[in-house]
Design a protein around this ligand. Structure first.
Ligand code: HEC
Length: 286
């Protein structure tokens, strides 16, 4: 854990912050959870921290707040490393299942539906991510489910994200059960965990924009917009729950299973925070 030694100063400064001074944590335990008020408060938080950056620009993640990194990123976008994944995803998406049906029979003619996910399914009483919907479509048609985090599922999701580009996130929370799932995800976000005893907001809200070794921590507003992502470090596209695992591991906490209830609710909360923002996935990251 060399990273942690090198970042000792940074980490110490987080620990020194009075508990959750600068986050929305206090309302996490409030039974009168109000997702829309939370979303507004989060926007206000970043508007105050970065008064010169337009709220819509946070869709670009860390590249919204670091001009030099933005420049490098825009250069990379001339020949984006995720392009192959989109092509492969398109081919997978359009290859009929053994029974002759296809994804279009599940999702309709337009594969650009990623901005509606995750959604809360009232009948089953839980959050459904796009990855779950894709795998369920496969299983309903007699095909095996694909591994969650990388590979073909991430490629299909990259193709669907590409077709959703320019659409605004439209996550709905419209029942008490959906609010409860959201509140659970929010609680997760603001719960300190791991040997380092950090919450997600420690790095992404309280200390947003600070350097952590070679990385600058990005705002959580816009954290959902660009998935799946091609990461130089991974050398392939992966989805957001892979990043959740990595951020858990960074603070020496035990990561949860992909598509566990914990991560589904976390993704529901975090995506709702990006509601109304433009989807611009798939993305590329260092
Ligand atoms: C110790 C600091 C730290 C903590 C705590 C932390 N992260 Fe991160 N996170 C990072 C760093 C560093 C990156 C990579 C640079 C960046 O922020 O984009 C990152 C990246 C991310 C990204 C990708 C952003 C993008 O645009 O590519 C997401 C999403 C994310 N974190 C979510 C979380 C969640 C959810 C939690 C809580 C479970 C969490 N993080 C906790 C440091 C942290």
């Amino acid at each position: 854990m060399k990273w942690i030694n090198l970042s000792a100063l940074f980490l110490a400064s987080i620990i020194a912050v009075p508990a959750q001074a600068d986050s929305l944590a206090d309302s996490a335990a409030n039974p009168a959870t109000n997702p829309e008020a939370d979303r507004q408060a989060l926007r206000n938080l970043y508007q105050q921290k970065f008064p010169n950056i337009g709220l819509a620009d946070f869709k670009d993640g860390v590249y919204a707040i670091d001009a030099k990194m933005r420049e490098q990123w825009l250069e990379l976008e001339d020949f984006p490393p995720y392009e192959i994944a989109i092509d492969e995803g398109e081919e997978l998406y359009n290859t009929p299942f053994a029974n002759g049906k296809s994804y279009a029979d599940c999702f309709g003619d337009d594969p650009g539906i990623k901005h509606n996910y995750p959604l809360f399914d009232q009948a089953r009483g839980g959050v459904v991510t796009l990855e779950i919907a894709i795998n369920e479509c496969r299983e309903e048609n007699g095909e095996a489910a694909l591994p969650w985090l990388v590979g073909e599922l991430a490629q299909i999701s990259a193709y669907m994200a590409y077709n959703s580009r320019g659409k605004n996130f439209d996550i709905k929370i419209d029942s008490p059960e959906a609010v409860a799932a959201y509140a659970d995800g929010k609680q997760f976000y603001y719960t300190r965990r791991g040997q380092m005893n950090f919450e997600c907001g420690s790095c992404h809200q309280q200390k947003v924009g600070q350097m952590l070794r070679a990385e600058r921590t990005s705002p959580s507003l816009g954290h959902a917009t660009q998935w799946p992502v091609y990461r130089g470090r991974w050398q392939y596209v992966g989805n957001i729950q892979k990043r959740f695992q990595e951020c858990n591991i960074q603070v020496r906490a035990v990561p949860f299973e992909a598509q566990s209830e914990e991560y589904r609710n976390l993704e529901y909360f975090l995506t709702y925070m990006s509601n109304g923002m433009e989807l611009n996935g798939p993305g590329s990251r260092r």
